[in-house]
Design a protein around this ligand. Structure first.
Ligand SMILES: [Zn+2]
Length: 319
């Protein structure tokens, strides 16, 4: 018997939950599907993350429009992954903001990533034919970019905190409500996707930088909103524990001259008791282990995932 590819047989619709974290501060979680958010300025809205397609983004905008009818002035994208960016056109945003590094990744691998991610998670690709093309930013920055929200609403600080889930992730900090949108740098009870990651940087300095905010609200890439510093710390440390478990087990197999499959099996055995029931664990792990193996092989820049390479690695490790 062969194991169904990635999340290709996951067809169960998830329920969206809007959380209001402060005046004009919104997070939409979806039972382990990708999270999105928004912050109201005095005269405009800043949307944080798109969904995978315009139709999926419109579902989110309908919920947001029950709270505010201000126009979306800025759409902030924490990283380049297709399920986070390809629904951007629905926002009709004045500007789309990413890091310089994310823009380079869109140019280098956006097309391949689109096919790869929609193949892995077809359920998220609602009305995929409406995607008008790759999503390009109109504003980019190297490490820091601020947005003044106007009135007494404070400002948003967009920051590159080091390489992590990808080479270009940014976090979005609202000091006034001590809220951090961490993108896929942190997951709350959802498995980590690390197929394009820099595991060693992420597990070290980058997560230290995330934790240093001492956020009262932390919205990760997937899973529930963490509330209160004890919970936000716990979400960061869960993420680090997942990464360190991978680093330890893949590293041991690599050092001993073992095979990729041995590394995969050891990692799954080690992580499954704590993380195995979390969304997308079995889906992510083959891609995660392959990328970390590559890092141990000295491959600095992540290899590009294509629909074909996805299947090869899946068949090698999961079947
Ligand atoms: Zn991602």
């Amino acid at each position: 018997m062969t194991k169904p590819f990635a999340s290709s047989t996951d067809t169960e619709t998830k329920t969206d939950t809007l959380e209001i974290l402060g005046k004009g501060v919104y997070a939409l979680t979806a039972e382990g599907d990708p999270n999105v958010g928004a912050i109201e300025g005095e005269d405009f809205v800043v949307a944080i993350e798109s969904r995978a397609t315009p139709a999926a983004s419109r579902d989110w905008l309908r919920i947001l429009r029950e709270q505010t009818d201000k126009p979306v002035r800025y759409l902030v994208l924490t990283h380049y992954h297709a399920v986070r960016v390809l629904g951007a056109s629905a926002f009709d945003a004045g500007d789309i903001i990413m890091s310089d590094a994310s823009r380079e990744l869109v140019a280098e691998r956006g097309e391949q990533d689109w096919k790869s991610e929609f193949g892995r998670m077809p359920r998220l690709a609602k009305n995929a034919e409406e995607v008008p093309g790759l999503t390009w930013p109109t504003i980019t920055f190297a490490t820091e970019h601020d947005i003044d929200l106007g009135g007494d609403r404070g400002k948003l600080e967009l920051r590159f905190l080091g390489r992590g889930h990808t080479g270009g992730d940014i976090a979005v900090w609202h000091d006034k409500t001590r809220t951090l949108f961490a993108g896929d740098l942190v997951e709350a009870k959802a498995a980590l996707y690390t197929g394009d990651a820099y595991h060693f940087d992420w597990a070290g300095r980058t997560l230290d930088n995330v934790k240093a905010y001492r956020a009262e609200n932390l919205i990760g890439g997937r899973g529930a909103v963490a509330r209160g510093v004890a919970q936000t710390d716990a979400a960061v440390e869960q993420t680090r524990k997942f990464l360190n478990g991978m680093i330890e087990n893949v590293g041991r197999a690599h050092k001993a001259g073992g095979s990729l499959r041995e590394a995969f099996e050891a990692t799954r055995d080690a992580l499954a008791p704590e993380f195995g029931s979390w969304p997308i664990f079995e889906h992510c792990l083959p891609f995660d282990v392959q990328r970390l193996w590559d890092e141990y092989d000295g491959i600095e820049h992540p290899r590009i995932w294509t629909a074909e390479r996805d299947r090869e690695v899946w068949d090698k490790l999961q079947n």
